[in-house]
Design a protein around this ligand. Structure first.
Ligand SMILES: Cc1cc2nc3c(=O)[nH]c(=O)nc-3n(C[C@H](O)[C@H](O)[C@H](O)COP(=O)(O)O)c2cc1C
Length: 266
């Protein structure tokens, strides 16, 4: 039997040791990353909730940057709405209702029919949260969560309506990944300022609100329902139209808004 070459053996041992060290380092690193993800998840969720509250207060028109957000949020009334009937579900605690979880649960959600799903919502929870701003006994704004696909991303926002359930009070898009300098106009204050006083439904109850291509002409007979698009970013604007059409339509908050427009108590 030939003698083992000591140099070759040392080389093999060296390679084995390097592989072992690499394996150990990657195991340690992956467990560190996994534990960090687990430890940080509650913090991330708390931050996301706080950010949502800040945006709700903002479209509610009552946000004060110098005051605690949770404390301010106590002035907002949160309610659960059954999207099919358009009525409140007083038996469901809004604080315990998680729309994201409900959306993933086939028992609590519904697939959006393809012909209604230009906004690529996919599935929607059967119940939704709405936020009411009160001044004494009367509601002054109704805030609806809305989302849908732009050109590259799902855009998340809140639409605030006047208590007639028709006139836009404000809109905010607080999360999206549209291109900076092109499609990100959706989160710019200048474009946001075009929305207040626009109307969603015409006298016949037709949903007319949309973002048009280019500027809305003062001669446009539908100017009350039309919002300027941005040249070179029409596709993101179309995404906003699609999500408005879905969420204010018959599969979204349409039945709820119809109830309000017909005089049901908010
Ligand atoms: C790199 C890149 C990024 C783009 N990002 C967006 C975007 O975020 N939103 C958008 O509507 N269009 C975006 N566009 C432009 C669209 O492809 C499309 O040309 C445009 O929306 C059409 O609008 P217009 O008819 O007003 O020109 C992007 C184009 C390029 C090349």
């Amino acid at each position: 039997m030939p003698e083992a070459d000591p140099k070759a053996m040392a080389k093999r041992e060296g390679v084995a040791r390097t592989l072992l060290v690499a394996l150990l380092v990657s195991l340690v690193c992956s467990s560190l990353v996994a534990s960090a993800a687990v430890v940080l998840k509650p913090l991330q969720e708390a931050n996301a909730k706080l950010d949502a509250r800040k945006n709700i207060l903002d479209v509610a028109g009552v946000f004060d940057p110098d005051r605690d957000i949770d404390e301010q949020f106590e002035s907002i009334e949160t309610r659960v709405v059954d999207l099919e009937t358009g009525t409140y579900r007083g038996d469901i605690d809004p604080d315990a209702f998680d729309p994201e979880q409900a959306r993933k649960d086939p028992e609590q959600s519904t697939a959006v029919p393809p012909e209604l799903d230009a906004a690529r919502v996919g599935r929607r929870a059967d119940r939704a949260l709405v936020y009411l701003v009160r001044d004494g006994d009367s509601v002054t704004r109704i805030i609806l969560p809305v989302y849908g696909y732009g050109l590259w991303s799902t855009m998340y926002g809140f639409l605030a309506l006047e208590p007639d359930g028709n006139t836009v009070a404000d809109i905010v898009f607080y999360s999206h990944a549209e291109t900076a300098g092109i499609g990100d106009f959706v989160s710019k204050p200048k474009w946001r300022s075009l929305w207040p006083a626009k109307r969603a439904f015409d006298e016949d109850g037709e949903l007319m609100l949309r973002v048009v291509k280019g500027r809305v002409s003062p001669d446009d007979p539908l100017a009350d329902y039309h919002v300027d698009g941005v040249s070179g970013a029409t596709l993101t604007g179309n995404g906003v139209t699609n999500l408005i059409q879905y969420w204010l339509g018959p599969h979204g908050f349409g039945p709820y808004l119809r109830e309000i427009q017909q005089g049901a108590g908010i």
